[in-house]
Every structure is written in C-alpha cells, then in structure tokens.
Design a protein around this ligand. Structure first.
Ligand SMILES: Nc1ccn([C@@H]2O[C@H](COP(=O)(O)OP(=O)(O)OP(=O)(O)O)[C@@H](O)[C@H]2O)c(=O)n1
Ligand SMILES: C[C@](O)(CO)[C@H](O)COP(=O)(O)O
Length: 374
C-alpha cells in the first residue's frame, strides 16, 4: 500500500458548464463522472485512502453509490475543499485531482508517484505550441507552461502552504509561495480540464449515458384542518379547510417529490426537508418541489413523465384538475401531455371515505440527461 492519499475534488458548482446537469454528475454509461474518474484513478495505483470532496447538497446522495471512499463536505472554493479533505489525510503524501480532468492517462499518475520524494510538489505541465501574447506583446512561449492536475504534494508542507488567506488556483502556487520545492513533469493533452459545456467533445474517453429509464413511487396523506388555506398541486382551492401539516400541507406536491427522489435513488422528502426544522414551518411546497427538480437535474436526470392519483372523498377534484395540471407543468418544466392526474373517492371506506383527509399516490419516470446530444 502506498503512503499516498488520493483526493478527488467534486464539490464545484459547474457554473461555467452551462448544461442542465452538473459536470460531476453527467453519466458515462450508468456511472456519474465523479465515480468514473475516481475508479479510473484508483485502478492505476494502490492508494492508501481515497477521499471525495462533495458539494454539501450532494454528499449524502454520493454515499448511496459506494462505501469504498471517504466523502467529505467541500467548501465554497477549490482551496477550501482541499483544506476540508486534508483533515482526513494521514499519509506523508497526497495526490489531488479535479473531477473536471476526466481522461488522465496512467503514465501521468505513475510519473508523479515515481517522483514523489524529489520535491515538495510534483506537477504535470504542458508546453505551449501556439504563439502567446501578454498585454499586447508577443512573449517567448518557451517560458509559458500550462499547469495540470493531479499534483502530488508532501501533506504537511501543503497544509502549511494553505494556512493563509491567499486564494491559490492550484497547490503548486501555494507551495511555491512558502518557498517549497516544485518539480515539473510531462503532463498530457488527455488531461484536459472540462470547464465549458462544449469541451465535452474534446474528451473522447467518455462514452454516452445509458438509455435506461428509472421509476419511483410517492405516497402522501394529510388529515384535514379547519380554518386553513387548502393547497393542492401548487394552487389554492376555494375551501375554508386545508391540510394539517408542518408545511402548507400540499399533499400532492409531497407525493410527487417522493416519486422523483425514489426514481433517482435519493431517499425521501423527510431527508431533504425534516419536519422538525423550523425553517420549513408553513413553507410553500412549490419552493420544496423547485429545489427537488433542481437537484434531480443537477445529479444527471431529466423528468420523462408523472402520473398521479388523488384519493379524496372530499373535496371534489375534477373542477380543479386542469388548473392543478397547469400548475404542475410550470413547476416540473414538463409539457402538459407528460403529466396525468387521476382522482378517485374511497367509496366511503376507511378514513378517506369518512372524509378525514386526502391521499395522493404518484409515479415518476426519469432518464439520464444525454450530454452527447445537446
Ligand atoms: N468549491 C469548490 C470548487 C471547485 N471544486 C472542484 O475543483 C475542480 C476545479 O474546478 P472547476 O473546474 O472550476 O469546477 P467548478 O468550480 O465546478 O466550475 P465553475 O467554476 O465553472 O463553477 C473541480 O473538480 C471542482 O469540482 C471543489 O471541489 N470545490
Ligand atoms: C487546478 C487547475 O486545474 C490547474 O490548472 C486550475 O487552476 C483550476 O482552475 P478552476 O478555475 O478552478 O477550474
């Protein structure tokens, strides 16, 4: 086993990526990019430990994919994510890579490892073959190098180097700042960083997502409460009774949220919005659904369709079905034909039949966002 920990930085916002899905979550076959990249790097050597920096909203979800790695909450900057991960590093050396560099060849990793004792930070670089202009003047391009990742650093020296308020864009700049030693080694054009959406075509090692479909079911039930506004599917119905709940009680939206979370394997509504949290007291469920739709898209999925059944002895649903559908069209960003709403009574049986409350059952279908076709 090597005295080296591998950190893969996957906690970014992908704000320059401009796709519906964050870059760390695009699917390669059935694997999210972060898992694909990490497994690929892991296969090149026997790292002592592998740490993944995850975005705080995705950390729990990432843990559903594997128990093999240590997941650490990232920070607001790349450097802060590194600092968070370094707390869990016990080895003498640490190799830090960006999920954004998806196709790093094995020889780069091997070279870094061979060189690990020869400087405080080993850095892959590329020479520049184009003419370079700096502030209108052509400069000697032999003096210009492109810095890549992964970089392999002495852990203690890196910790000292990052113990500063200065924000560095890579580890070698931080180590250089404290007069540490740097060794440059040959990088690779295949280690290109994925920053903008149209750069996906420059990464031929990535195959397109699978065509699989994913289904999830949702079920929610709420009792009636007198003198409360009634919300169903994001619209206010004209009754003087509503639903008893910590939130606004929109039983339909809650059911759809669970179906969406079910389809992408992300647990249930309570894990995202605990009913013990005062923040969600009386909250408009449209806000919760919006957050979940963003999450579903961020982590690699598109919604295909939703089908739901409202089980209610009262109120009458049919007069409002079209309004509810139009509201869900807006909230889900789906065409109307892909949302179906059914309503049924409980034939006066049980608590719903006694008109004590309403239940909604739903099913959602998702597919992977196909980044190859956009
Ligand atoms: N707070 C942050 C910011 C970035 N990163 C990671 O650092 C690497 C380099 O960042 P970049 O390519 O810029 O990714 P993003 O920050 O996600 O992109 P953008 O700047 O466009 O939002 C990526 O692997 C990214 O996931 C991170 O772990 N934590
Ligand atoms: C670390 C890096 O990949 C080295 O080239 C680069 O500095 C990251 O920059 P970004 O703006 O965080 O993508």
């Amino acid at each position: 086993m090597l005295d080296v920990t591998l950190i893969v930085l996957c906690a970014g916002n992908s704000s320059r990526f401009e796709h519906k899905t964050k870059k760390q979550w695009i699917r390669i076959g059935n694997e999210p990019l972060w898992l694909h990249v990490t497994k690929r790097l892991a296969s090149f050597s026997q790292f002592n430990k592998i740490i993944i920096a995850s975005h705080e909203t995705e950390l729990d979800y990432m843990k559903n994919f594997t128990d093999e790695f240590t997941f650490v909450k990232g920070g607001t900057t790349r450097q802060q994510s590194i600092l968070n991960c370094l707390k869990f590093v016990t080895t003498k050396y640490v190799m830090i890579s960006d999920v954004a560099r998806a196709c790093i060849p094995k020889y780069v990793i091997e070279t870094l490892l061979i060189e690990k004792e020869n400087a405080n930070c080993i850095v892959p670089i590329l020479n520049v073959t184009d003419t370079v202009i700096y502030e209108n003047d052509t400069i000697n391009r032999d003096n210009v190098k492109l810095i890549q990742t992964p970089q392999l650093s002495n852990t203690q020296i890196l910790k000292s180097a990052l113990n500063t308020k200065i924000e560095f864009t890579d580890e070698s700049s931080a180590i250089k700042n404290i007069n540490g030693t740097i060794k440059y080694v040959q990088g690779s054009i295949d280690s290109k960083k994925l920053t903008l959406g149209d750069e996906l075509d420059d990464l031929p090692c990535l195959k397109e997502p699978s065509n699989n479909f994913f289904t999830g079911t949702g079920f929610d039930i709420h009792a009636f409460e007198e003198n409360k506004d009634m919300y169903l599917g994001g619209i206010k119905l004209p009754y003087d009774y509503g639903f008893k709940a910590h939130s606004d009680g929109d039983v339909l939206i809650h059911s759809v949220i669970d179906a969406l979370l079910g389809a992408c394997g992300a647990g249930d509504i309570g894990e995202f919005f605990p009913d013990t949290d005062e923040k969600y007291k009386g909250i408009d469920s449209k806000i919760l659904l919006d957050e979940i739709v963003t999450f579903v898209n961020n982590v690699g999925y598109e919604i295909v369709n939703i089908d739901l059944t409202i089980i209610a002895q009262k109120p009458k649903i049919n007069p409002f079905k079209n309004d509810i559908k139009n509201s869900m069209v807006k909230l889900l960003g789906l065409e109307k034909q892909f949302i179906n709403i059914k309503a049924t009574t409980a034939e006066k049986l049980g608590f719903i039949g006694r008109a004590e409350g309403v239940a909604v059952q739903s099913i959602a279908t998702l597919k992977y966002y196909n980044w190859k076709q956009k």
